[in-house]
Every structure is written in structure tokens, then in C-alpha cells.
Design a protein around this ligand. Structure first.
Ligand SMILES: Nc1ncnc2c1ncn2[C@@H]1O[C@H](COP(=O)(O)OP(=O)(O)OP(=O)(O)O)[C@@H](O)[C@H]1O
Ligand SMILES: [Mg+2]
Length: 324
């Protein structure tokens, strides 16, 4: 069966809530789900092929996959530096029918699964620190003889990432985009290119406050995109994943629990039942540029099981058509 990736943006304009951690771990979690569980969803029993897209100039996802040293060497230091999402944005901004071979920009099998081992089915489209200028470059660029306006800008300015990903969608089951903590052009491109979006958050008052604004903004962007591009299909919310939960006696501590209850009232069907606990497993994994699965299960049972359960719920929500 020919693949046609589901594209999912992991977004929240609040910083440090776990976007990168969740994106990285979801890709790994999908490699640990049994074939029976995803067969119904994917229609095949081989491990899901996942493309990670680092759309953040902080390059945290690229570093989480490659280590800071290897990433710097590959992208900035070496005489034969590799291409990144930044160059692809530049090329596809000027010409949507770019002759560029997108595949050449993708690093194959670059997420560590253990000592000297990698997940064969997870690839990465890396970022570049100069992607920080891409929003501005898109804003000032003017394609000759183009005048189909959207929010005061030409519609092609929101379709760049979609055109890039269309070139490789048939090779993946999932494309997961780690978005930056803002709603500038690159993030809007990610939303345009995505079938779904997933919001990680932490249970504090200020983070919770911003959640409605995210869903409202995505809704109005969907309306705007649809008005300008008839083929556009709305980007749907998969759900909201709670991160950094501190437990006491097997359940969230009271202060967090109160916020979680409020969130469940506000978003009754959207909050994931499973959450990710705050813990050393994720911190240690981050320090070693690998997902928590790379360590023996017994060391970090809580967080490994948390990721598996979130992944399972993610698949169920997609499969159930919650978001149809
Ligand atoms: N469940 C967790 N337990 C412990 N540490 C965590 C957990 N989740 C995230 N972290 C740590 O918190 C920090 C922020 O997480 P992360 O980088 O994933 O957030 P982000 O939303 O991507 O941030 P940004 O907005 O800057 O892109 C990282 O150092 C990460 O390792
Ligand atoms: Mg991040």
C-alpha cells in the first residue's frame, strides 16, 4: 500500500512546555507499539516510518537527535555541510515547483535507541539557527505577478512547507513537526501543511490560560486558509497532552490536580487521559540526546510507560476519527 503521511504539528506558543520532548518521544513511542495495535490504523504491520521536522531555529529537536557536537559539525563546521529546512524554505519560497530533491536534506535513521543503536524508521529534516530570519525573509519577499492575498500577504507564503513535505509524504506514515514557541510564518506554514495538531502544556495557571487562544487562532487560520485555497483541508486538534506532572501517591499533586480538573472542564474531550510525569528519565535522555527508551526500562518505568500510553492514545484518537 502506498504511504501518505499524516502530518502533525506539535505547537504551543508558550516556551518550554515540552513540544520538542513530545515530538521526539512520540516518534520513538511509535516504534514501541505492537504491530497489532497500529495495523488497523496504518493498514500494514511494519514499523511506522516517521519523519521528524525541526521547524524551530533553536534546533532543539535536531540536537536531541544528533547531539550538539554532531549537529554543529554537520550543519555549521564541516566543509561539506548538509542542507537544512532553512535552505528548503528559501528555495520553495521563490518557486513552488522547485527542482530541489527534498530527500537529500533528510538525515536517515538518526534517533538513538540505545548504545550504538538507532531506530531505522525515524528520519530527520534538521533545522538551522538562521531559520530565525526565515519569517522575516518570507514577509519581505515578493513573488512576481502574484496577488492572491491572505491576511495582507500572498497565500503562497503559507504554503511553502506544504510544498516541501508533499515531495516526501509518500515515504512516511507520520510527519511530526516540532514548532517554535510563536505563531510567525514558519509556524503558520506548519499548520497549513498539517492534518492535525497536538498541544503539550504544563499544569500552571499561565500555560493553561493560553490554551484557548491557541485553538481559537488555529480555527481562524483554518477559515482564512480555506477562503484562499479551496483545496485546503482544516487542521484538526488531536488533543492536549499534559507534561511535567508531579505525582504524590500515584496521582498528580493537589495544586496540579486542581488545574487539570479545570482544564478538563474547559476541554472535556481534548485533554489526554495519560500524561508525562516530571522526572529524571526525560532529563537524562535530553542530556544524552536520546529518547528515554534508550535506557533500561526498569530505570525509568514511569516515564517510559507514560510515553507508550500517550502514543497509544494518540493513535486511538486518530483511528477513532475523533478528529474527522
Ligand atoms: N517530563 C519531563 N521531565 C523532566 N524534564 C522535562 C520533561 N519535559 C520536558 N523536560 C525538559 O524541559 C525543558 C523544556 O522542554 P522542551 O525543550 O521539550 O520544551 P519546548 O516546548 O520544546 O521548548 P521551546 O518552546 O523552547 O521550544 C527541556 O530541558 C526538557 O528536557
Ligand atoms: Mg522546542
Amino acid at each position: 500500500m502506498k504511504k501518505q503521511a499524516k502530518v502533525i504539528s506539535v505547537i504551543n506558543w508558550k516556551g518550554g512546555v515540552g513540544k520538542t520532548t513530545l515530538t521526539h518521544h512520540l516518534a520513538a513511542g511509535l516504534q514501541h507499539i505492537s504491530a497489532d495495535e497500529f495495523e488497523g490504523f496504518l493498514g500494514h504491520r511494519s514499523l511506522p516510518k516517521v519523519l521528524l521536522v525541526d521547524a524551530d531555529a533553536q534546533c532543539n529537536l535536531s540536537i536531541s537527535c544528533l547531539t550538539p557536537e554532531r549537529f554543529a559539525e554537520m550543519v555549521y563546521d564541516s566543509p561539506t555541510t548538509i542542507g537544512t529546512l532553512k535552505e528548503l524554505f528559501e528555495q520553495f519560497l521563490q518557486n513552488e515547483q522547485s527542482t530541489i530533491n527534498v530527500e537529500q536534506y533528510i538525515l536517515k535513521a538518526c534517533v538513538k535507541s540505545g548504545n550504538d543503536k538507532v531506530y531505522d524508521h525515524i528520519d530527520l529534516l534538521p533545522s538551522h539557527e538562521d531559520l530565525i530570519y526565515t519569517d522575516m525573509n518570507i514577509a519581505v519577499y515578493s513573488r512576481p505577478n502574484f496577488d492572491q492575498k491572505l491576511i495582507g500577504a500572498d497565500i503562497y507564503k503559507f504554503q511553502i512547507l506544504n510544498n516541501i513535505l508533499n515531495a516526501v509524504k509518500n515515504q512516511y506514515d507520520f510527519i511530526l513537526i516540532d514548532c517554535p514557541p510563536n505563531l510567525n510564518y514558519v509556524t503558520q506554514n506548519a499548520l497549513y501543511a498539517s492534518d492535525f495538531y497536538l498541544i503539550p502544556t504544563i499544569p500552571d495557571r499561565l500555560s493553561s490560560y493560553g490554551l484557548s487562544s491557541i485553538t481559537h487562532k488555529v480555527r481562524s487560520l483554518n477559515d482564512l486558509f480555506r477562503s484562499a485555497a479551496k483545496m485546503y483541508k482544516e487542521t484538526k486538534l488531536i488533543g492536549i497532552v499534559l507534561n511535567q506532572i508531579r505525582e504524590y501517591g500515584g496521582k498528580p499533586k493537589d495544586t496540579q490536580d486542581n488545574i487539570i480538573s479545570t482544564l478538563k472542564e474547559l476541554f472535556p474531550t481534548d485533554i489526554f487521559e495519560h500524561y508525562l510525569t516530571h522526572g529524571d528519565g526525560i532529563s537524562r535522555a535530553s542530556a544524552h540526546s536520546c529518547p528515554v527508551f534508550a535506557f533500561p526500562h526498569s530505570n525509568y518505568t514511569k516515564q517510559i510507560d507514560g510515553v507508550i500510553n500517550i502514543t497509544r492514545e494518540f493513535l486511538n484518537k486518530l483511528g477513532d476519527g475523533v478528529v474527522v
